[in-house]
Design a binder for this molecule. Structure first.
Ligand code: PLP
Length: 347
């Protein structure tokens, strides 16, 4: 099922924008991000037209979806008097890097607990985390199992020293805030689609909060966009990650419509062995989008989406009259963590 039904409770762009403008905000992201055509990939695949929404160009240390997110999150953290953030992430995490950048810009101390990071090569996001001055705690596999306990102990230690500590994982707002920024990205996209006279819009991206933000925009504006969400991580079931929060975000934004599982076609057969392990299909997709339209995807997120896009076009699962919009959510530095696998890949 798609969201083709036009909502009777639709909002105007101005009304939807006013729902976003009520949140305190700092300007961090370079927006609006471009919407670009991918004519060479379109030609190579001989399928429907492919465009790309360049959320990899948001700035904040090499771009990505978290730049929009932190425009709204940092003011809340600052206004509530916190002076320190603790973040628990994987060793190659983009979130870890962009949070470090946002913390520096807003003068917050940043403690970064990285799972499965002990003895890893200092490259990609991890190198940037270090350069950005994060207080790094590189956990080995055994310690990673209890990363939250490790973080809680650190929080107590810093609180005893007089800091007010925001442990990101313990709050609801960080789980929702990424969607707010992407409701605004949806408004941007509506204008860009009109300027470029595109129709039969089908957006494909990581099955995550950014895509949900676009769905909220589309439904509340009464648009007929279709969505495909690509799963990238078996360890984060979509119910807990996004779908459980559909009413939380609806209440927070105070909008008539929210998103449901039925609003996106979910593709979960491109993960391979698991999150952080690049498949050869993803390596091929990274090379093909680079060698056609010079769009660089990352091995964990956008490369998986690009692999799904290419495969779905080859299998003729998109209608030829659709305009596919690839939601490029960033992740560039993670490419360098996989340099050996990528360099040895023959294409
Ligand atoms: C490059 C990239 N794309 C997509 C996502 C998914 O994020 P979200 O659920 O906020 O859309 C992430 C998460 O860190 C990411 O790093």
């Amino acid at each position: 099922m798609s969201i083709n039904k036009i909502s009777k409770k639709r909002l105007s762009v101005k009304q939807l924008q006013s729902k976003i403008d009520k949140f305190p905000r700092i300007k961090i992201a370079h927006t609006p991000t471009p919407l670009e055509e991918m004519p060479n990939l379109t030609k190579t695949l001989n399928g429907p037209k492919i465009w790309v929404k360049r959320e990899d160009m948001t700035g904040l240390v090499y771009g990505g979806n978290k730049a929009r997110h932190y425009e709204f999150e940092m003011p809340v953290i600052k206004n509530e008097g916190y002076d320190t953030i603790i973040n628990i992430m994987d060793y190659h995490s983009n979130n870890a890097r962009m949070t470090a950048a946002a913390a520096n810009k807003t003068e917050l101390k940043y403690i970064l607990i990285l799972k499965n990071a002990y003895n890893r090569k200092i490259q990609g996001n991890l190198l940037l985390d270090k350069i950005l001055g994060s207080e790094l705690h590189l956990l080995d596999e055994k310690q990673s199992i209890n990363a939250h306990d490790y973080a809680t102990k650190l929080k107590i230690k810093y609180e005893k020293e007089g800091h007010k500590v925001y442990l990101l994982e313990d709050h609801l707002f960080p789980k929702l805030v990424g969607m707010i920024g992407f409701v605004e990205a949806g408004i941007e996209l509506k204008n860009q689609i009109k300027e470029n006279q595109l129709n039969n819009i089908h957006i494909i991206g990581v099955a995550g909060r950014s895509l949900c933000g676009l769905i909220i925009a589309s439904k509340n504006l009464g648009l007929d966009w279709k969505f495909t969400g690509v799963t990238v991580n078996y360890d984060m079931p979509l119910e807990g990650y996004i779908f459980r929060h559909n009413e939380d975000i609806q209440n927070l934004l105070d909008v008539p419509m929210t998103f449901y599982e039925t609003d996106m076609k979910i593709l979960d057969n491109y993960v391979g062995e698991g999150y952080g392990v690049m498949t050869s299909q993803v390596a091929e997709a990274i090379h093909l989008s680079a060698q056609t339209d010079a769009i660089i995807c990352d091995p964990n997120y956008t490369g998986t989406v690009m692999a799904a896009l290419i495969d779905q076009v080859r299998k003729k699962n998109f209608n030829k009259n659709e305009t596919i919009i690839f939601l490029h959510t960033g992740g560039l530095p993670a490419l360098f963590t996989f340099s050996e696998e990528l360099a040895s890949f023959s294409f």
